[in-house]
Ligand binder design. Structure first.
Ligand SMILES: Cc1cc2nc3c(=O)[nH]c(=O)nc-3n(C[C@H](O)[C@H](O)[C@H](O)COP(=O)(O)O)c2cc1C
Length: 308
């Protein structure tokens, strides 16, 4: 149904009266505002899904949560320690491997970068350098430290840490980079692999077009045609939920925010511009990236480019 069709307008018109007359029967088309205005004014069954609130209550930490304690305890055993040490260290096929150049200096003082950061939605249309992209990715979620962890059976493993914090060090968010105009990098879809600090090529120009088509933002709002790159944050929620239950999904969303902010500050510090962009059709992004949308799902995106 066309959003502007007479039927949509009519349906919204009827629903608009319900704020004043909650007893009026609703038709199917409802805005989020209508749902909010009528919270509690209708039986739960009629109000439709309250899935976001259900998530909030289902993900509460409760006192004496034995299942939670047992689930977390599993992560201190040798087998999980070894598993975590190998996290994201999967081998990359040579034909997919794209090495990244050394970073450029991002020397702007942190306070200044915080004060200067602004959502930038229009870009000059000039390319960014691969070294600038590499710097943004490394500062967003690159490896920064290692720690030795002793195994109960003897021996030890190495844990790795990144610029962004992560609940339980599980790192459930991956960066998928859509290179639109990056010097020295073919137009394509890549995955940043922080452990090896490389890009893994996943798709070419056709894949780029598929991802861009999934963005509903009009070009007048965010100028994708002059942007240099789009970074889609892809979460593996069960990495966190396996340990923390539904609360792990809070961590996933929290962590993608931390990574996005790291990206914005890095971009600002390099004299580039970026904006968050949540306006994508999830199913289409998932299809374009070849992910199922449940075990791996796009949770956010950041567009970046050279300042006008
Ligand atoms: C989670 C999130 C989603 C956003 N999605 C969009 C978006 O889809 N399109 C857009 O133009 N801006 C988007 N923004 C940017 C906000 O509009 C922007 O942060 C806000 O207007 C404040 O301006 P500032 O970032 O310059 O401080 C988003 C920001 C956040 C944090």
């Amino acid at each position: 149904m066309n959003e502007d069709s007479g039927l949509t307008q009519f349906s919204l018109g009827i629903n608009a009266y319900r704020v004043l007359a909650p007893e009026a029967r609703s038709v199917g088309v409802r805005t989020h505002q209508l749902r909010f205005d009528n919270l509690g004014a209708e039986p739960a069954a009629a109000s439709g899904s309250r899935v976001a609130e259900e998530f909030l209550t289902a993900s509460r930490l409760r006192a004496h949560d034995r299942e939670g304690v047992l689930s977390a305890a599993d992560y201190f055993g040798d087998s999980m320690v070894t598993t975590l040490a190998q996290l994201d260290d999967d081998p990359v096929a040579t034909h997919q491997l794209t090495e990244l150049p050394a970073s450029v200096a991002a020397t702007m003082e942190l306070g200044e970068a915080l004060m200067r950061r602004r959502s930038v939605r229009r870009y000059s249309g000039d390319p960014i350098a691969a070294a600038e992209l590499a710097t943004v990715l490394r500062l967003a979620d690159g490896l920064t430290a290692e720690a030795d962890v002793e195994l109960l059976r003897g021996g030890h493993e190495t844990f790795r840490f990144r610029t962004a914090p992560s609940g339980g060090g599980l790192f459930p968010v991956a960066l998928h980079v859509v290179a639109l105009d990056v010097s020295g990098l073919d137009v394509g879809v890549y995955r940043y692999q922080p452990v090896r600090d490389v890009l893994v090529k996943e798709d070419g120009r056709a894949g780029v077009d598929r991802v861009l088509d999934a963005f509903t933002t009009p070009g007048t709002a965010i100028a994708f045609d002059t942007a240099a790159a789009l970074v889609v944050l892809v979460a593996s929620p069960w990495r966190s939920m396996r340990k923390y239950g539904p609360r792990g999904l809070r961590f996933v969303l929290h962590e993608s925010g931390a990574i996005a902010q790291n990206m914005h500050l890095a971009v600002t510090s390099l004299g580039l511009g970026s904006t968050d962009c949540a306006s994508f059709v999830d199913d289409e992004v998932h299809a374009a990236l070849g992910i199922d949308g449940v075990l791996r799902a796009a949770v956010h995106s950041v567009v970046l480019g050279r300042l006008e």
